[in-house]
Design a protein around this ligand. Sequence first.
Ligand code: 13P
Length: 256
Amino acid sequence: MNKTLRQAIIAGNWKMNKNRAEAKELIEAMKPLVADANCGVVICVPFTNLETAMELTEGTNIKVGAENVHFEKSGAFTGEISADMLTEMGVEYVVIGHSERRQYFGETDHTVNLRTKAAVEAGLKPIVCVGEMLEDRENGITAELVAMQVKLALKDITKEQLKNIVIAYEPVWAIGTGKTATADQAAEVCGLIRETVASIYDKEAADAMTIQYGGSMNPKNAAELLGKEDIDGGLIGGASLKAPDFAAIVEAATKG
Ligand code: 13P
């Protein structure tokens, strides 16, 4: 395995936070702090902030993502947003299958796969989230469960399409809890995800894939996590809402 074969990406997932004025303030504060990053920098923002984010990041190294996408092209799906609607705005990334969507909004491995396919077909870059619940870890099924989530998410995705997909390993018990997986725990599962990708495609595809860790990543623990061979960046919740904290994680990735 060789880290130089793939790009590290630090992505903020703002979740349901920030009104338009707050989004503007955060992005303006972030811009100069991350301008020298040599990793990818992405902010995934609520739909209502996409336009603001696109405008304010134009000409910068910050890319913009959405937090979900529907799998149908158009039609009677009240409240949903299609992949074409996002690409038309210039949005580049989209978070798919976040555990909050799986837990609270009926997202399944099947719908994660449908969304992932629709997103890549429209030219979006999905950040596909996988991860176990605490109970799964305690029952010793983390490896099987995460491998299954990866296999089902990538069903019918071609090797060419895979180049535009990022996987984020987010252990559910570490999200928003302040409990980070240890760097070794995170690296072990990220390594397993890479092996799973290699088993579906091949080693070349797996080595080229960006695999992030997410779950209470912050300026204090980022360097250790990002220093691990199989961890190519982070999907950051709480710490992405504060420009200095997000920038410190970007800085750690730039060094890692
Ligand atoms: P926290 O960084 O707040 O734990 O959230 C992680 C996450 O869910 C990112 O998608």
